[in-house]
Design a protein around this ligand. Structure first.
Ligand code: SAH
Ligand code: SF4
Ligand code: F3S
Length: 443
């Protein structure tokens, strides 16, 4: 058992967990390989948030079944939320599988893989104390370091599987996180992204999320700090003040709305109403200059009426988010809403979704168009994959900016003038002055 192929699905927490697994495997002398046909073991780090996410993974497992026919010694593992969600069912029904490991079982991954080479293994206990706070992840090279500050979720939104797949909320101690941020910065990661399912509910001893932002703001080498996803109910005045006062904390918040109707929000157990949500948005925009906001919305929640859907549409127009992730409700086993009759047909969900997508695209396009001629500061990530003469990176507001290569290196900031837009990208021109070549006179 030497070479492991690891493939990641789902949210940023899973991306961060894969980096954690990569660290654990490498320290055990294992090597990560880029292709499954070179591997002794393949691990899919999976997502269970919507049915579609699980179907994709099942499709992929079908491909690995073929690979296993050619190489019967191949160990096939499923990790992550879907592993936790389906547990033993996966081992029973998917005979191709040798290992099922939930999000709290990664510390012992090398041994689990070795045992799975003998007989199928399931490690699906949720652990109230496991935070992996002491383990160094193997970060994918780039400018951005994902730092998981909290695991699990205690909110129990009635549609959501996460509290069941990731267990109870646990926060990693401040000192461990500051050490991780310092370590990442020392290795050249100049943007830190704090991760948690309700990241702003992070608290440890007497410290809250505002203290964490302020501590990270003081770490040398860090240029930008972001976090995702905050919960509207935990967006306290202290957190907003820290955002306003910490110059490295970027003016972008992904603030999931889910619905514009108080009745639906209540049925979802979101714990805020529209008045509270509006208040948070107003405070963020008042306190943080150039605040950019994005959101998540679910259409077709059980019982969502046409009027309630219209409330969501109307609020998206009122709030004018820079962007939005829009989803059709997907009933998830184990959740409370799973038992509620679905009242919105798939066709109707599709119609509502398309309506919101069209409306939001128009809003995003207008917001981006208004930036034409403006100057933005871009943290350069790399040369564009599509066009080698262009660089790309993110603006402070987390918009992707593509601009002509002016020699700025990844990890450096560039001043760029916006000369074109799409609903999702800004096109720019560098404002860097060409370097003055000194004239040398000879003789
Ligand atoms: N913890 C984050 C969300 C994580 S899941 C938060 O509360 O903000 C990301 C998004 O997926 C959610 O915001 C929600 O919009 C969507 N989602 C979650 N469960 C879903 C379901 N059963 N059907 C459709 N969308 C869902
Ligand atoms: Fe799911 Fe709600 Fe927790 Fe987000 S806050 S992970 S939507 S239960
Ligand atoms: Fe999916 Fe688990 Fe993230 S269900 S969205 S991978 S927390």
């Amino acid at each position: 058992m030497k070479r492991v192929f690891l493939e990641t699905y789902g949210c940023q927490m899973n991306v961060a967990d894969s980096e954690l697994m990569a660290g654990v495997l490498e320290r055990a002398g294992m090597e990560l390989v880029p292709r499954p046909d070179e591997a002794d073991a393949v691990i899919l780090n999976t997502c269970a948030i919507r049915e579609h996410a699980e179907l994709r993974v099942l499709g992929r497992l079908g491909e690995f079944a073929h690979l296993k026919m050619k190489n019967p010694a191949l160990v096939v593992g499923v990790a992550g939320c879907m592993a936790q969600h389906l547990r033993k069912k996966l081992l029973d029904t998917k005979r191709v599988l040798d290992l099922v490991v939930g999000p709290d079982g990664y510390r012992d991954l090398p041994n689990l893989l070795k045992s799975a080479a003998g007989a199928p293994v399931a490690e699906i206990r949720l652990d109230r104390d496991e935070t992996y706070g002491d383990l160094e992840p193997k970060r994918v090279a780039g400018v951005r370091a994902w730092v998981t500050v909290q695991r699990g979720c205690d909110k129990f939104c009635t549609y959501c599987v996460v509290p069941y797949t990731r267990g109870r909320e646990r926060s990693i101690p401040l000192a461990d996180l500051v050490r991780q941020v310092e370590h990442a910065a020392a290795r050249g990661f100049c943007e830190i992204v704090f991760l948690g399912q309700t990241v702003n509910s992070w608290k440890h001893d007497t410290n809250d999320f505002a203290d964490l932002l302020r501590a990270a703001n003081g770490v040398a080498g860090v240029k930008r700090i972001r976090f995702t996803s905050p919960h509207p109910s935990d967006m306290t005045d202290r957190v907003i003040a820290a955002m306003a006062e910490c110059e490295k904390v970027m003016p972008h918040v992904h603030l999931p709305l889910q619905s514009g109707s108080d009745r639906v929000l209540d049925a979802m157990n979101r714990t805020y109403d529209m008045a509270t949500f509006r208040d948070v948005v107003a405070k963020l925009r008042a306190r943080v200059p150039k605040m950019a906001l994005s959101t998540d919305v679910i259409v077709g929640f059980p019982g969502e009426t046409e009027e309630e859907f219209e409330m969501t549409s109307a609020y998206l127009k009122e709030a004018r988010f820079d962007s939005a992730f829009l989803f059709k409700y997907s009933a998830r086993p184990d959740t409370k809403a799973f038992k509620w009759p679905e009242t919105v047909t798939e066709d109707e969900k599709g119609r509502r979704l398309t309506r919101l997508i069209d409306e939001q695209m128009a809003i995003s396009a207008e917001i981006n168009d208004a930036l034409l001629g403006a100057e933005v500061e871009v943290l350069v990530e790399n040369v564009s994959h599509r066009d080698g003469t262009q660089l790309y990176g993110k603006s402070a507001e987390f918009k992707t900016v593509v601009f002509t290569d002016d020699g700025t290196q990844p990890g450096e900031l560039a001043r760029v003038k916006v000369v074109g837009t799409t609903p999702v990208t800004l096109l720019g021109e560098s404002l860097k002055k060409p370097r003055q070549v000194p004239l040398v006179t000879i003789g």
